[in-house]
Design a protein around this ligand. Sequence first.
Ligand SMILES: NC(=O)c1ccc[n+]([C@@H]2O[C@H](COP(=O)([O-])OP(=O)(O)OC[C@H]3O[C@@H](n4cnc5c(N)ncnc54)[C@H](O)[C@@H]3O)[C@@H](O)[C@H]2O)c1
Length: 337
Amino acid sequence: MKIMITGGAGFIGSNLARELVKDGHKVIIVDDFSYGSMFNLTKNGKPIAEIHKMSVCDNRVLELMKGVDYVYHFAAISCLPICLEQPSHTTNVNVAGTLNVLEAARLNNVKRVIFASSSAVYENNEKFPLKEEDEINPHSIYGVQKYSGELFCKAYRKLYDLDIVIVRFFNVYGPNQDYTRQKPPVMSYIIKELLKKRTPVMYGTGEQKRDFIFIDDLTSMNKLLMEKESARNETFNIGSGKVCSINEIYTVVDDILKTGIKPIRKEAYEMYEGIENIDKGKSIKKEIVAKETNKFTEADISKAKELLGWEPKTGLRQGILASIVFVKEMMKINEDF
Ligand SMILES: NC(=O)c1ccc[n+]([C@@H]2O[C@H](COP(=O)([O-])OP(=O)(O)OC[C@H]3O[C@@H](n4cnc5c(N)ncnc54)[C@H](O)[C@@H]3O)[C@@H](O)[C@H]2O)c1
């Protein structure tokens, strides 16, 4: 099969690309390399796939998609603080870019599009675990962008009968995650800081619990989304179905690395400190930031289990160990790590 992965130089896309190439598929990557890296897509110094440095907003995506059977649309700016700092630019990428990909897929008669949405769309829900049919009412810039992407997917299903699978990823972690960005996701941040023997800054009590899923489990699910007829036009949660607190993660990482370093604690509402423009004009409400810091997430994954026969397999300690091995390797070859 000929498969396009947008955002394929990033964490989730590059892990999938490697697996699809191994399975004998022809993989085409579209990524503007604003994040992600070429390293994620090379083996023995050579690219593993056909790579196009191009934005998903570019008209040339239409031409590139000729003859493509499946499209994984993973390109996005997913860092919440950046979405707050640059709401217009990130909406252009996360929403208009999605529309550009959907339109190209329609015109090229693509068999199926898989759209990466996020658990962020469930923001403001208080009933757990979260089910696919639960209320969607986000207010964060990123959550609204992802939900807008979903709405365009639904419109394209209805208008053109384009087969689109929507997947709501929960907190994904593991090798190839971008540990170099200014504000990496919390688990990557803890691993990196403790490996460097620095003192991590933690916001809130650390007792907030989230659903973390290891990348290999996510990749196995992503492959099924292309293969299974039962995924047709469906929406799925992808999480581990289990929760753990930030403090538990800290304890596991520290138990493996034996640093004994205790984190610096800051108030939950201080999490977005340092973000440009956040305190200018009408500044962001403290209680909203605190709510985001303290948020609880838990995926109900029974739909994916039943319809796709999928099951996550990796335990937390095993996944954290694999992540630590990856970061250690990267630190040897890349001074930015
Ligand atoms: N990692 C998670 O925990 C998580 C959770 C929920 C949803 N998601 C979603 O999954 C998808 C993949 O996430 P990820 O963790 O691999 O992120 P990532 O940042 O590692 O990868 C995203 C890739 O998209 C590329 N990109 C950004 N803007 C682009 C543009 N205009 N044109 C082309 N490429 C562009 C980046 O360069 C990067 O390589 C995203 O859509 C994200 O919103 C991720």
